[in-house]
Design a protein around this ligand. Structure first.
Ligand code: SAH
Ligand code: SF4
Ligand code: F3S
Length: 446
């Protein structure tokens, strides 16, 4: 009998191990997969050696992300060799994009599923292809929004909700449109249903996910309408979203955002570069000045907002003057935090064909300068909170000391405090900020 059949016929007590790399979208997808498996009687384990089904959800965004996932796969493949009943599966962006190199380097892999095919997993386990070692489902499915499927609720008080899949932008450096296919929006009714279910399980904060999330446009609503509808969900305290594209922060959207009660005072607005020439080459669809005007527009509607960003250092052809233009936009905007990366060529993207003018060391040096500027801004922004009273949503007990908890402000700033005996994840307290240590604030109950 085929061993996958074995696996499915005795699914009671079957364990799965699922490790996730990459962005929040991958984390969300993993909770979708967890929901599907748990509905079939699988239970999670942290020990790949105790699992019959070992899954790794992978990321292709930079070379390092791919190497880390391959390393992980290599380190757990022996469980598959040792026990023929074990199944080893690769999910996510690398499954889509790196099929050949995965199979070449990790021949033990049995299952390859791209991001649009997770609903096939149950079927694959129940009805394996007899005699065929590898089962795979790859390629974009433009209709796939996982309609009617809901992710497993997380342990804590905040949850991700995918509202859009894929991406229609063609940023020159980015592999995501290749791995995740064209953009499509999940029906608003499903977004609302999933949110209500999460709130019923104790979730107080949702982060809406999409690659250009503010371009969300379903048959039953657009992005502004979705935010307004979620603002009215009873029990939901906080709404965030990731990642918007600068060009979709229109005047009407900013007006809508300003009128919402539960939208957090934090917006992630990816800059990538501060040079108009580099932005054109990246195909980002905004110039340096347009980006600065969009920031002004957001701040004119949400004066208290904290802004975070993504920056790429050392894009092909970037001159020293263009690198300094990125720093000058950082100086002008003063982001609260930034996710900063050295450019990594991704085979198959437009910019991978371009000649790189910088060595790895030179790219790292530019990245280090950007990180240093950002550190100064982050400290400045955090220092300006000291003395103020802020609303903090508790997330979990600190590992350092059982009485201390970690929580977040609406601005996405981390605060450590002792909330007293009432403490539980999701509780919202007023805290007086007393100090900053590194990138973390310390507070006491106000
Ligand atoms: N859709 C989102 C996120 C894309 S991936 C957005 O547009 O903002 C997350 C970040 O990874 C990007 O914002 C970019 O800063 C970075 N990134 C993507 N491709 C990269 C590459 N080839 N090299 C370095 N950083 C990259
Ligand atoms: Fe990649 Fe650009 Fe799409 Fe973001 S908007 S996922 S950077 S192609
Ligand atoms: Fe990585 Fe795919 Fe997300 S490439 S960043 S896991 S969309």
């Amino acid at each position: 009998m085929n061993s996958i059949e074995n696996l499915s016929q005795d699914s009671l007590g079957r364990r799965y191990f699922l490790e996730t790399y990459g962005c929040q979208m991958n984390e969300y997808d993993s909770s979708l997969v967890a929901g599907l498996l748990e509905a079939r009687g699988y239970t999670p384990t942290d020990d790949p050696g105790a699992a019959q089904l070992i899954l790794v959800n992978t990321c292709s965004v930079r070379d390092k992300a791919e190497e880390t996932a391959l390393e992980k796969l290599r380190s757990i493949a022996h469980h598959r060799r040792r026990n023929p009943a074990v199944r080893l599966g690769v999910l996510g962006c690398m499954a889509e994009n790196r099929r050949e190199s995965i199979l070449e380097r990790i021949p033990e892999v049995d299952i390859l599923l791209g991001p649009d095919h997770y609903d096939r997993l149950g079927d694959l386990l129940d009805h394996p292809n007899p005699g065929q070692k590898l089962t795979s489902a790859l390629g974009p499915d433009i209709a796939q929004t996982y309609e009617g499927l809901f992710a497993a609720a997380p342990a804590g008080s905040s949850a991700f909700v995918a509202v859009q899949r894929g991406c229609d932008m063609k940023c020159s450096y980015c592999i995501v449109p290749t791995t995740r296919g064209p953009e499509r929006s999940r029906p608003l009714r499903d977004v609302l249903e999933e949110t209500r279910r999460l709130v019923a399980k104790g979730v107080g904060e949702v982060t809406l996910l999409g690659q250009t999330v503010n371009a969300y446009r379903a048959d039953d609503g657009n992005f502004g309408e979705m935010l307004s509808a979620l603002d009215g969900v009873p029990g939901l305290r906080r709404i965030r979203f990731m990642s918007p594209h600068p060009r979709y922060f229109t005047e009407p959207l900013c007006q809508t955002m300003a009128g919402l009660e539960h939208l957090c005072h934090h917006i992630h607005i990816p800059l990538q570069s501060g040079s108009s020439r580099v932005l054109r080459s990246m195909r980002r669809q905004y110039s340096r000045d347009q980006f600065l005007r969009i920031v002004d527009r957001i701040r004119s509607h949400l004066p208290e907002v904290a802004l975070t960003t993504d920056i790429i250092a050392g894009y092909p052809g970037e001159t020293q003057a263009e690198h300094l233009e990125t720093i000058s936009v950082m100086e002008a905007v003063r982001f609260d935090t930034a996710y900063m990366f050295a450019y990594s060529p991704r085979p198959g993207t437009l910019s991978a064909e371009m000649q790189e003018n910088l060595s790895a060391e030179e790219k790292s040096a530019r990245l280090a300068e950007i990180i240093e500027v950002q550190r100064r801004h982050t400290y400045e922004r955090l220092d300006s909170c000291v003395g103020a009273t802020q609303e903090v949503m508790l997330e979990g007990a600190s590992r350092r000391n059982g009485e201390e908890w970690i929580g977040k402000t609406t601005h996405f700033r981390k605060v450590v405090l002792n909330p007293g005996p009432e403490a539980r994840a999701g509780l919202v307290v007023q805290a007086k900020i007393i100090a900053r240590r590194g990138q973390i604030l310390w507070g006491e109950l106000a």
